[in-house]
Design a protein around this ligand. Structure first.
Ligand SMILES: *Cc1c(COP(=O)(O)O)cnc(C)c1O
Length: 421
């Protein structure tokens, strides 16, 4: 496959010439053309929730493909989009009242930023600053990269990125510094919005913080009217143990971004939910106040139908119980490594667990990362460490035995690679 013209994402082709072909997916597994299996311990980059090819979602896709494939969404609508929007709002509640469709997590966050800026500008207020967290990740477009942590990923694009107010990460014991910095930023009167990943920062290293911090951040924002944007692109749809992570903090944000798990991981789709106040700030006979955003495939009917089927699964299958059970298993597996000196910073948020391998060079480009990845692949496991951070974010259908096997491989990897160091 070295002759392939395909340029893969986040792939250094000089070091990793061959992509692995996958022919089939089912439940927690991916299969190569020769039939050999890989346990998908990272839910195919955090998107698959109930498992690959859940029959209900696949049937909905087939049925919708038979009736309406695509239609322009400016001035037109269709039942799957209407139903998905109503049911998302009913499930999430709070003050969220409107649903804007797009097609990836990055675009959902771009839409959120544009809604926040439009909200203030249409009211004649000069509030344009975005506040974001240290170690944040919000996507790979220029706007979302601007709000994310700066580093090797975006150094080349630095001249195009806009400035944000950066809050220190609210690590345990250091929450006060975060909250004080937020209060300072809000006091300037220039802050349009605080953008956060609730409870669990994904690409920044699977870092967790307490729900109380999120609750306190919302309280500070409210005092100055600063909008709260929750980027639940990864944390949404059960990853943290609840439908949204915000639920655990009793927070209803002004703007909520959802993407990855929205179709159960079957098709690309995203939504940005907002309050009536934000919609109303754009509601005017003055056409210059229109919300000027669209992508060609906005609210694709087949993707929306998959989203509706996903919510049917949430309504009719014991998803909450599955999440609770998976979270318990993760805790039990992590507990066994707690006194193992080769690992540090063991952490968990709902169904997601992470730990750091003690290495001389930590960070995303830690040399151990590619070695770990190769070791796990050879053991039939798809795990993709963030440098020396190993994390497990499996589909909810994974079994206890499968999870135990993955943890056994993590222990073996530490022994094997440690012995060679
Ligand atoms: C993955 C991710 C994004 C970007 O989503 P894409 O669909 O890859 O564009 C944004 N925010 C968070 C928190 C994510 O994990």
């Amino acid at each position: 496959m070295t002759t392939s013209p395909v340029w893969h994402p986040f792939t250094q082709h000089a070091l990793q010439p061959d992509a692995i072909e996958i022919a089939r997916g089912e439940g927690a597994f991916l299969y190569r053309p020769d039939g050999s299996a890989l346990l998908d311990c990272i839910s195919s980059w955090w998107v698959v929730t109930h498992g690959h090819r859940h029959p209900r979602i696949i049937q909905a896709i087939k049925d919708q493909a038979d009736t309406l494939d695509q239609v322009i969404f400016a001035g037109f609508t269709h039942r799957p989009a209407e139903e998905l929007a109503k049911r998302l709002l009913a499930r999430i509640g709070g003050d969220l009242a409107h649903v804007f469709y797009s097609d990836s997590g990055s675009t959902a966050v771009e839409v959120a930023l544009k809604m926040a800026l439009g909200f203030w500008r249409n009211q004649g207020a000069a509030r344009t600053r975005i506040i974001a967290l240290e170690h944040a990740y919000h996507g790979d477009t220029i706007g979302t990269m601007s709000t994310g942590a700066r580093g090797v990923f975006n150094a080349s694009y630095e001249p195009l990125l806009f400035d944000v107010v950066r809050l220190p990460f609210p690590a345990q014991g250091k929450e006060e510094a975060t909250l004080a910095a937020l209060a300072d930023a809000c006091r300037t009167g220039e802050a349009a919005a605080l953008l956060v990943e609730p409870l669990l920062l994904g690409a920044g290293g699977m870092l967790t913080y307490a729900p109380e911090v999120l609750t306190a951040m919302q309280a500070i924002c409210r005092q100055s009217g600063t909008l709260l944007i929750a980027d639940e692109v990864m944390t949404g749809f059960g990853r943290t143990g609840t439908f949204t992570a915000c639920e655990q903090a009793g927070v209803t944000p002004d703007i909520l971004c959802l993407a990855k798990g929205i179709t159960g991981g079957s098709l690309p789709l995203a939504v940005t939910l907002c309050t009536r106040a934000i919609f109303d700030a754009h509601y005017s006979t003055d056409r210059s106040k229109t919300f000027f955003h669209s992508s060609s495939y906005t609210a694709n009917p087949i993707a929306c139908a998959a989203g509706v089927a996903n919510l049917d699964i949430w309504d009719e299958e014991p998803v909450a119980e599955r999440l609770a059970t998976l979270a318990e298993w993760q805790s039990a597996c992590l507990a066994r490594l707690r006194d193992d000196a080769r690992f540090t910073h063991l952490r968990q948020c709902g169904t997601v667990a992470a730990l750091d391998l003690v290495t001389p060079d930590a960070g995303y480009l830690a040399s151990i990362g590619p070695q770990l990845y190769a070791f796990f692949l050879a053991r039939g496991l798809l795990l993709r460490p963030l440098g020396n951070t190993i994390y497990l974010m499996p589909p909810y259908c994974i079994t206890r035995d499968e999870l135990d096997g993955a943890y056994a491989a993590i222990g073996d990897a530490a022994a094997f690679l440690g012995a060679r160091a």
